[in-house]
Design a protein around this ligand. Sequence first.
Ligand SMILES: NC(=O)c1ccc[n+]([C@@H]2O[C@H](COP(=O)([O-])OP(=O)(O)OC[C@H]3O[C@@H](n4cnc5c(N)ncnc54)[C@H](O)[C@@H]3O)[C@@H](O)[C@H]2O)c1
Length: 259
Amino acid sequence: MTELRPAKLTGKSALITGAGSGIGEAMARLFAAEGARVAVVDLDRAAAERVAGEIDSGGGDAVALASDVSRAADCQAMVERTVERFGALDILCNNAGVGVAAVCHETSEEDWDLVLGVCLKGVFLGSKFAIPHMLVHGGGVICNTSSAAAEAAVANRAAYCAAKAGVLGLTKSIAIDYASRGIRCNALLPGTVDSPWIGKIIAQQSDPVAQRALMEARQPLGRLGRPEEIARAALYLCSDDASFVTGTGLVVDGGFLAR
Ligand SMILES: NC(=O)c1ccc[n+]([C@@H]2O[C@H](COP(=O)([O-])OP(=O)(O)OC[C@H]3O[C@@H](n4cnc5c(N)ncnc54)[C@H](O)[C@@H]3O)[C@@H](O)[C@H]2O)c1
């Protein structure tokens, strides 16, 4: 006999950035399936509309919002529109990210500002504008997508490694500053995940098949992660299952950091 379990996010409203693709898209779909109303935020308006539209067609409740998370005005607007639409903001997933391949001395100031702007300042701005609404409603949950690169540097990704380590620091700061006021804040540290981002990186190599095999061989589990596997970890952190979990980084990397 199949046992029905209650949905984990019934009655909650969630804002997920970078939700037009990859890990954020998987989070949006899973959170909606678990009963949340979801603001699907992305720089790419068409991608956000596609994901939100598919959630709506499947019986969920989603709104698509085009925002650049590195801009304060956009972050303020995305939070305000979510609250207007759903009446509250219970869950914020600061997930949008970009990467640039370069070692430190070859990283341009422009690329540094781009990567830090999206990956780190975007987490700050999303949180800055969401927290006041969470405080008014008695609390909330923030889940920031960091990376295994915060713990073990990835070669040729100076700005990205710095940004993702910064996300861990900000996560802990938010966790301790708001713990007494009902807000939990955690980070996810995914290993290599087979998202469109990684697909593009693989496709750009001279031998994409060999490159994929190499990346898979680097993982103790012998394969890349799937966006849905990261989304399930986000669901745990954002649900009451993680009611005593705050200020931590949850590694979801197929064993990569254990080596
Ligand atoms: N894929 C991996 O192997 C991996 C590993 C560790 C961490 N991460 C992190 O996971 C997150 C999602 O990555 P993904 O692999 O799903 O990538 P992805 O490229 O598939 O999705 C990222 C989304 O973010 C959006 N985005 C980019 N800049 C934005 C901005 N300024 N404002 C709003 N949206 C913006 C993009 O349009 C895209 O839809 C990122 O933070 C990334 O650093 C990914």
